[in-house]
Design a binder for this molecule. Structure first.
Ligand code: 5AD
Ligand code: SF4
Length: 454
């Protein structure tokens, strides 16, 4: 490999779009670049290199990246600037981006970040010599898990930790298997060592990540085994995981979530649709009845657990009646929150190849609005049920609205806000809060004095 020496520190600005896995990958990229002498800046005006870690899952993430790219045109006209596109769009749109977007100098897909420092250095040198640099690394790997790279983390409380990468499910609407490749899991010993290191660094919470996190498998270690071992690491206060697939919840995993005090009582359980024909077209491998049975099983073991979900409205050929099945299921389950999306056709997916995207845009918009409206009322009702109870908040920092208030997360993942005045809290502390008011997304309350909370 041709290693190019750095004669001065080049400043990199990174923008991250999309899911938590992308946030984690940005931390990996920071670590790889830092080891080669790059430095970082929050200010894109001062950057020699601007990287965008992109998402290809939905249309709006796509549009945002294109609009940010066009903002860079003006900067690039005035001075040397290397522009790199990382992540799922780099992987999926390599031809389009390289041929039609002269602004982009370097493309690196999710399995190619080890090559990024060299590609950037070559691009910087080429630009300084007046030639047009182009660097491309988009090979998918069956093995790459970046097991030996310690991410350069910026959040001191929660740490993302990818335990598996890729996805073999090929849900018909989803581009992830094409952009992130085949499923592969990390060695559990590496995951445990990294958790121990995180505790030593002062992190209180670790969130285990994977596109299909609960299909984790390494030798005879399954996900239930792994999450229990992580939660057993002395000093770790909270363990979360995302995103699981409803097909991979054996009893041992349900027992681990219900029984281990350090594993948070929250499961994100992507539903996508509540109608069997649509679920079958989506390739989700469960029926409405099986999904509901899983919800019952989870709640039998842990009645207070919070469930959240993802829903797609207006998938190919979805009728009004089929959409109403989703509405009824949402009503029956009573999720704490739902992320609701309009179906958007993604190039190369099974749905793009086999099924026409035939639900009119206005119908998709209307269906999303109806579910959001319904879910808003459900969330408000569920949150109000907590008034008068005490929840334990992990303090993250100032609330969004005011530096006079703390913001933290309850075990069930709800946001909690309370007055700083008279509070003993510091970021990273676990603080009991008596809930006195609730909105759709937030619990408001008062800190329970130390004497009473013992
Ligand atoms: N159109 C709309 N929503 C999608 N998602 C994934 N692919 C698409 C698509 N093509 C949603 C799913 C998934 C979440 C991360 O994004 O609900 O669970
Ligand atoms: Fe996409 Fe389905 Fe894999 Fe989730 S499980 S990443 S929706 S293919």
């Amino acid at each position: 490999m041709n290693l190019v020496k750095i004669d001065r520190a080049h400043r990199v600005h990174i923008e991250t779009f999309g899911c938590q896995m992308n946030e984690y990958d940005t931390e990996l990229v920071r670590s790889l670049l830092k080891a080669r002498g790059f430095t970082f800046t929050e200010d894109r005006e001062r950057a020699d290199v601007i990287l965008m870690n992109t998402c290809a899952v939905r249309e709006n993430a796509h549009t945002k990246v294109y609009s940010h790219l066009s903002d860079l045109r003006a900067i690039k006209r005035q001075r040397h600037l290397v522009v790199g596109v990382l992540g799922c769009m780099a992987q999926n749109l390599k031809e389009e981006l390289m041929e039609t977007e002269p602004l982009v100098d370097v493309l690196a897909g999710p399995d190619s970040y080890r090559r990024l420092p060299d590609l950037l250095m070559q691009a910087i040198e080429a630009q300084e010599q007046g030639s047009k640099p182009r660097g491309l690394a988009v090979d998918l790997s069956e093995y790459e898990t970046y097991d030996d790279i310690l991410p350069e983390r910026t959040d001191g409380i929660n740490a993302w930790l990818a335990v598996m990468r890729g996805c073999d499910n090929f849900c018909s609407f989803c581009v992830v298997p094409y952009t992130r490749g085949r499923e592969r899991s990390r060695d559990p010993q590496g995951v445990i060592r990294e958790t121990e290191h995180l505790v030593a660094q002062g992190h209180k919470q670790v969130t285990l990540l994977g596109q299909n996190v609960n299909s984790y498998l390494f030798g005879n270690w399954d996900f239930a085994h792994l999450i229990t071992a992580v939660a057993d690491v002395p000093g770790i206060e909270r363990v979360r995981f995302t995103s699981p697939h409803p097909k991979d919840f054996p009893p041992a995993l349900l027992d681990a979530v219900a029984g281990h005090p350090k594993i948070c009582k929250h499961i994100h359980l992507p539903l996508q649709s509540g109608n069997d024909r649509v679920l079958d077209l989506m390739g989700r491998s469960y029926t409405r009845k099986e999904y509901l049975a899983l919800v019952d099983d989870i709640r039998r073991r842990n009645p207070g657990i919070a469930l959240t979900t993802d829903i797609i409205c207006g998938f190919c050929s979805e009728t009004d009646e089929e959409f109403l099945d989703t509405c009824r299921l949402v009503q029956d389950v009573g999720f704490h929150a739902a992320f609701v999306f309009k179906y958007s056709e993604r190039a190369r997916t099974i749905a793009a190849r086999k099924y026409p995207d035939d639900v009119p845009e206005a119908v998709k918009t209307d269906r999303v609005a109806r579910i959001v409206d319904m879910q808003t009322k459900i969330a408000l009702r569920k949150n109000q049920e907590l008034i008068g109870r005490t929840v334990t908040a992990l303090v993250e920092g100032d609330s969004k609205r005011s530096s006079e208030q703390w913001m933290g997360k309850a075990d069930n993942s709800l946001t909690v806000v309370w007055e700083k005045s008279g509070s003993r809290a510091r970021p990273g502390d676990l603080i009991p809060i008596s809930v006195s008011r609730a909105s759709v997304t937030t619990l408001f309350g008062q800190e329970v004095p130390a004497r009473q909370s013992r």
